[in-house]
Design a protein around this ligand. Structure first.
Ligand SMILES: [Zn+2]
Ligand SMILES: [Zn+2]
Length: 317
């Protein structure tokens, strides 16, 4: 009997082995995590399949300083310029606010040819305001002449999945409301059968008088139930003390949880237990970053796995 019992225990150990050894699908290197003020640390996230060196850059507020930080952390071993030119294969821009694009613009003279993916709405801002000969130079393939052709604009259509050139990844964009009627994007990124969801700046449906987040939650909820969605990147810019009339199209902890509860209506509560949610875009005025973190952790009734990313520190999902 004892022997049978010990065989049974051995069987249990081995049966649970594949779960423990389960490999991560995606790696993410935050190049910048803040929602303002510190220009060396603004929204930008490199993402690739775990075994790949072909990264996409989700927003590009800070690029060079973030790569330099990742190098000093031992995440990369080559120079920042080498990584910029060879490992960033495409930019995905949620919206054209400067805290999401300034790193791309400043580093354009040192960059290699690649695509910038976004909505027509955002690409028009690049074309008419940033890549012009009065504000900088036209590093793109459309707009003012001469065109330096480093970047090729690729217009995304809402909800339509496309392959990202020179990568193993696919994306499907969703529209977000970022101080109605201003628009931002969320990107559902796919590698084989696994997904990551990255949201650009967004207000809550209640404050924006919108249904954009509700539509997004409905669309991704089946992927959470099947555990194909590995993580969600979402902003929380202000602490709860920020008045609802001064949110400028952003979330605060109470509104973040309103949205998580809206998501939970589609997924069920259990599916969100320990689900990784990466909090982006905290605005660093005064002690706000610490207050936002505290307010989120204190009210984490669904036991989400809340992650507060640090610049240049590798994350795996
Ligand atoms: Zn922003
Ligand atoms: Zn913004």
């Amino acid at each position: 009997m004892k022997r049978i019992l010990s065989y049974f225990i051995l069987f249990l150990v081995f049966a649970s082995w594949p779960l423990k050894a389960q490999e991560n699908t995606f790696k993410v290197i935050p190049l910048g995590v803040k929602g303002g003020l510190d220009e060396s640390n603004l929204s930008a996230y490199l993402l690739a399949p775990t075994a790949s060196k072909n990264y996409i850059c989700l927003d590009a507020g800070t690029v060079y300083a973030g790569i330099a930080k990742a190098i000093s952390n031992g995440v990369f071993s080559k120079s920042p310029e080498y990584i910029l030119k060879n490992n960033i294969k495409a930019y995905l821009i949620s919206h054209a606010h400067l805290d999401h694009v300034s790193g791309l613009i400043i580093n354009a003279p040192a960059d290699s040819p690649k695509d910038i993916y976004s909505s027509q709405y955002v690409i028009n801002v690049f074309k008419n305001n940033y890549f012009t000969w009065q504000s900088w130079a036209n590093f793109a393939n459309e707009g003012e002449k001469p065109q330096l052709n480093t970047y090729h604009y690729k217009v995304l259509e809402t909800q339509k999945e496309v392959a990202l050139k020179n990568t193993e990844l696919y994306i499907r964009p969703f529209t977000l409301s970022h101080s109605n009627p201003y628009k931002s994007l969320a990107f559902l990124i796919r590698f084989r059968n696994s997904y990551i969801l990255y949201l650009g700046d967004t207000g809550s449906d209640k404050i924006e008088k919108s249904d954009k987040l509700d539509r997004l939650w409905k669309a991704v909820s089946p992927l959470i139930k099947t555990k194909q969605l590995k993580a969600i990147f979402i902003e929380v810019s202000f602490p709860n003390s920020q008045s609802n009339t001064k949110l400028f199209g952003h979330l605060k902890p109470s509104l973040f949880y309103d949205e998580i509860n809206a998501l939970a209506k589609y997924t069920g509560i259990q599916a969100l237990n320990n689900f990784p949610i990466i909090i982006t875009h905290r605005k660093p005025h005064k002690n706000n970053e610490a207050i936002i973190k505290e307010e989120l952790l204190e009210n984490n009734k669904l036991k989400l796995n809340l992650i507060f990313p640090k610049q240049g520190e590798l994350l795996k999902f």
